[in-house]
Design a protein around this ligand. Structure first.
Ligand SMILES: [Zn+2]
Length: 381
């Protein structure tokens, strides 16, 4: 046994790929030409991630508009928006650098995914020689497509939530059917739900418990054996090298987070001011038996928003400290977030998405090496 290590999902899209997306939005290139660029980007992502020695890889979400919108729209600019949606929905988040991201708005029923994550995975898995993971979006995030207070005519909220849970379940099941070794659910809205941002009405509605309940409605449809390989990712956001909810205290989130009956958690910690405090809470609130599965805590040892590359020694040191608070058999390592959850991302602190992409692979290599070092030091390698 060694300490397991796994990335969250996304990698920066190269300038070339981002230009291709913009050209596709402008009608200058065809769908086939865009897909050709995306295929090349996935192949490069997988090969370079495999070269880091990582035991599990992803395609860096190079085909997705974003971690949250891939099921409903082809590009962030709105090309290929799914049926029953309008572009002018509520804001998902306002980030500390002043930019924001907006969701579409549901205008009618039924709600159906246009694209399932497995469609990306099926293409990418042929390019890989190591096991692959796939990230999917949480039902809680997509529940924000429904207007906060208004009822969609002819489509009651309860019916929408039932359709949404069915679609999320199908999204996860089809990933496993297509060969995913692990499926992690992105839950960045969990921490944001505690922010009370006056600019962003949904964050002031105490929605966390409702989110957790909704996500469990999907997670509980899976057997204990399946849930071992179903994870939850939490973070304060990571877009354009900026966060949306880093000021929210983990003490308000973690006790609720571990109520979800998932088998593992990918938890941002590297960029926290007091990492020990977070390890301690993970040890305290994670469960050794969540309806038949132990909850493995993958602690973040890499900060994807900071261009400075962590050393394997630093990663090792973090894990050794974490192991004092989290049982070793329930400890793993990860990155704090995806390296670019949204397809169009200039990575300003890095200088360019191309530089950020190179740095991302070096950071992943440091995580893999540092995790191995920690396993050796703890006598479990
Ligand atoms: Zn994240």
């Amino acid at each position: 046994m060694t300490i397991p290590t796994e990335n969250v999902g996304s990698l920066p899209r190269s300038s070339k790929l981002q230009s291709a997306i913009t050209n596709y939005d402008a009608g200058k290139i065809t769908r086939e030409e865009l897909e050709c660029e995306q295929d090349a980007a996935c192949r490069d992502s997988i090969q370079r991630m495999e070269a880091t020695g990582s035991p599990i890889v992803s395609d860096g979400e190079q085909r997705a508009s974003s971690f949250a919108t891939y099921p409903i729209v082809d590009t962030l600019a709105g090309t290929g928006l799914a049926e029953n949606l309008a572009p002018d929905g509520q804001h998902f988040a306002f980030f500390t650098d002043g930019h924001h991201r907006q969701l579409p708005r549901l205008t009618g029923g039924p709600f159906r995914y246009k694209t399932y994550a497995a469609e990306y995975l099926k293409k990418s898995i042929k390019m890989a020689t190591t096991p692959m993971k796939q990230a999917v979006i949480a039902p809680s995030m997509l529940s924000l497509l429904y207007p906060l207070d208004k009822e969609v005519s002819g489509y009651p909220r309860d019916q929408f939530l039932e359709d949404l849970c069915n679609e999320c379940e199908k999204d996860i099941r089809s990933c496993f059917k297509s060969g995913a070794a692990r499926v992690s659910i992105d839950f960045t809205e969990g921490r944001l739900a505690l922010k009370n941002d006056p600019n962003n009405p949904w964050t002031g509605r105490s929605m966390l418990e409702h989110f957790i309940e909704l996500n469990n409605r999907v997670i509980d449809r899976f057997s204990a054996k399946e849930r071992r390989n179903i994870g939850i990712h939490t973070c304060p956001g990571g877009d354009c090298d900026s966060t949306h909810s880093a000021e929210v205290d983990y003490a308000d989130l973690l006790p609720s987070l571990f109520k979800m009956n998932a088998g593992y958690f990918l938890i941002q910690v590297a960029s926290e001011k007091d990492k020990e405090r977070v390890y301690k809470m993970c040890g305290e609130y994670s469960r050794s038996d969540a309806k038949g599965v132990p909850q493995i805590c993958f602690v973040g040892v890499i900060d994807p928003l900071n261009p400075k590359i962590e050393t394997p020694e630093q990663v090792c040191e973090d894990l050794l400290i974490a192991s004092k608070f989290i049982p070793i058999e329930r400890l793993g390592s990860t990155d704090d977030c995806g390296f670019s959850p949204f397809s169009i991302d200039t990575k300003p602190k890095h200088g360019s998405p191309d530089v950020a992409r190179d740095i991302a692979f070096q950071k992943i290599a440091a995580r893999v090496k540092g995790t191995k070092l920690a396993s050796e030091k703890l006598g479990i390698a």
